[in-house]
Design a protein around this ligand. Sequence first.
Ligand SMILES: Cc1ncc(COP(=O)(O)O)c(C=O)c1O
Length: 450
Amino acid sequence: MPAQAQGTTTPAAAADLRHVWHPFTQMREYASLPTIEIASGQGGWLTDTQGRTYLDGTASIWTNVHGHNDPDLNAALERQLRKVAHSTMLGLTHPVGSELASELSGLAPSGLDRVFFSDNGAGAVEVALKLSFQYWQLSGRPEKRGVIGLQGGYHGDTFGAMGAGDSGAFHERFRPWCLPAKHFTAPHCREWGGQVFSADSEASLASLRGLLEAEAGTTACVIIEPSVQGAAGMRLQPPGFVRAVAELCRRHGVHLILDEVFVGFGRVGPILVCTQEGVRPDFLCLAKGLTAGYLPLAATLTSDAIFDAFLGSHDSGRAFYHGHTFTGNPLAAAVALENIRKLIPLVESGVLRERIAFFGRALGEAFAGDPRILEVRQRGFAAALDLAPLGPREPRLGLRVCLKARECGLLLRPLGDTLPLVPPFCLSEQELSELVGRTAAALDAAVPRA
Ligand SMILES: Cc1ncc(COP(=O)(O)O)c(C=O)c1O
């Protein structure tokens, strides 16, 4: 692989080019670009091994909540580290795991009292799908095994999660190996700064209703990312949509899985979307912000009614045979508990809401009406700018803006020609203005104003 011409050239960077295979990355292109080697983080900022600092505009891929190197999270981690770093949940338990399960049940809509831990978002979804599938078998309805997802849905890259999702190019190649899920039409909502400019969920709900009327008898579950479909490009759902989906599922006797891996833990405002919407899903999937972006941990919550169906003698074969080595890791659980302790006052005091409102106003002032942007969308700290294509002679516009952003001291990652802006919540108003200003400067550098 050719050595790169510019960027970091430490021995570690050379080892990276020689040995590391990066996720979701065309490695030939990666090798042709400057390497950025992150050495440390503080608050919303990351510093590379050359001493250059960057605003973390992706919250380290949509995970970071209170900032990097947070003293409270660090202390919680260190306290647990002095006790035990890892002990299995297969046949044993540990205090931080059970305390976290109880906290999560308390945050979730009432009745979601059982928590199954895993260690990534796709895993949490996989668990929900398998629990739904097995539940119907155990209940004498083995024919209920179909899955209905939402157009554009992304639930991770394991086979079950890929099958339930509809991520086009990401997963198309693997489709022949995936479960044959059906997908209903996505709703439409254009919103930023707390103002809804256009919204429509009728066609979407009609399409779900049609599928359920025809196939509820053979369908195990409906799965959606509620409120915002992140990987689809921060596609927003109109208020009330999630509740309408839940009502259709209930009426047709089909499980509802809410994948709050991205939107949970304050990302779009409330701690959990389902609580705000007044919806109790059959399965709730959590990851990413659960540990404030510190460590891998995920959870799938469900009801006692579903849990009880799995009870029986050892020989009944009703047990749920699924698990991961690091399921419910104590270090991650300790950080998650501290994250929740810090997040509740941030949400309840209205401080998070005010920061979100500031972010929305700043985005609107910078980009609304800009002919280089087709659409601005924002809900909470999840925002996206759809870039107007420049034509076939100027492809990869999203990447080009992100490369210019690096020169402006801002880390972003494009989704095609959509630019997601997903900052940590700890940014001050001054830093949020910097984020928007640096994005605008990167856009100007990549696509000069007409
Ligand atoms: C909504 C949603 N579900 C699941 C996942 C997969 O999570 P992980 O990458 O931890 O497997 C993602 C990741 O972006 C996501 O946005």
